[in-house]
Design a protein around this ligand. Structure first.
Ligand SMILES: [Zn+2]
Length: 310
């Protein structure tokens, strides 16, 4: 077969316009990719150039002018490069990540990383999207020794920022009576959960990917469409199977958990402790569990499958 025929079978028939468009797009993407790579290299050199005041010796008014004229870098880009540069001075692994993925990729953890955790964070920054890394860093800070323990402290009712109509307030006041707000709220929660439990749909086995409306509704009412990760108030984006669907082919209302994008990614990265228990006992893991190999495989498929879209 000649090349022409091969291409024709592969791409079906393309008219000249389509070929031109494809060619323009491919060239633009290729040049863009290279431009990004070169900009990343420039950004990495800036801190040292600034330290030695090379811009001055070459007749520029400032590091900003130097970077703008020579590399088309904006003021913000220069500031980011200098800031991150200071942070990674003593972290060779993170420097490598900057070269591969740019400054943005390590920004969420620039303040967290130490020379001892350089390798750990470099690995995370390589694997995770910026969003996922942000969420991970946030949880990491919370679980660090000495950090304020969000879950053990009491939270003031007023901190929940609850506003109610006077009529509702009056009723609540009466229901509370001589007891405490904590007891009353617990009573409400228990009643509500019992009510939900009564209407819980049965798990669907040998199922297709699509979650039946009945199960979906049940799951979403529990958090009123919000991510179930402790402390998260984002709207849910995925119904996450804590027992991976690819392995069980089951939609079980007890193990389907609504999660925002970042927390769903963390789950698939194997970084949630107690994932098979209810989300209240979830914690962020500091290392992915290497023993749940089967799951990791599934999670890898999921990651592969998503790559083109994200
Ligand atoms: Zn979340």
């Amino acid at each position: 077969m000649t090349n022409v025929v091969q291409n024709a079978t592969k791409n079906q028939v393309q008219n000249p316009d389509q070929i031109l468009e494809k060619n323009l797009h491919e060239r633009f993407s290729f040049y863009g990719k290279n431009a990004k790579e070169w900009t990343r290299k420039c950004a990495l050199l800036l801190p040292e150039i600034n330290r030695l005041r090379i811009w001055e010796k070459k007749g520029f008014k400032s590091i900003y002018e130097y970077a703008r004229i020579l590399a088309g870098m904006s003021t913000n880009a220069v500031n980011a490069a200098l800031w991150v540069g200071r942070k990674v001075e003593d972290k060779p692994e993170l420097k490598k990540v900057i070269e591969e993925k740019g400054i943005g990729a390590i920004r969420p953890i620039a303040n967290l990383a130490t020379p001892e955790t350089d390798k750990f964070w470099a690995e995370k920054a390589r694997e995770m999207s910026k969003h996922t890394l942000e969420a991970y860093a946030k949880e990491f800070k919370k679980s660090c020794p000495g950090a304020k323990n969000y879950y053990q402290n009491q939270i003031l009712f007023s901190d929940l920022n609850i506003q109610v109509k006077p009529k509702t307030a009056e009723k609540l006041q009466k229901l509370k009576g001589q007891g405490s707000w904590d007891d009353l709220m617990e009573k409400f929660i228990n009643l509500y959960e019992q009510k939900l439990e009564e209407n819980k749909p049965i798990p669907q086995e040998n199922a297709k990917r699509y979650v039946p409306a009945k199960i979906k509704n049940y799951v979403l009412v529990k958090t009123n469409n919000t991510c179930a990760f402790p402390g998260c108030t984002k709207e849910y984006k995925y119904l996450h199977h804590t027992w991976r669907f690819a392995l069980t082919k089951t939609h079980d209302p007890d193990s389907l958990i609504p999660l925002c994008k970042a927390h769903e990614r963390l789950a698939h990265a194997g970084l949630i402790e107690n994932e098979n228990q209810s989300p209240e006992s979830w914690k962020i893991k500091l290392e992915a569990n290497k023993t749940t190999e089967k799951w990791q495989k599934v999670d890898k498929w999921v990651a592969e499958y998503r790559k083109p879209s994200s």
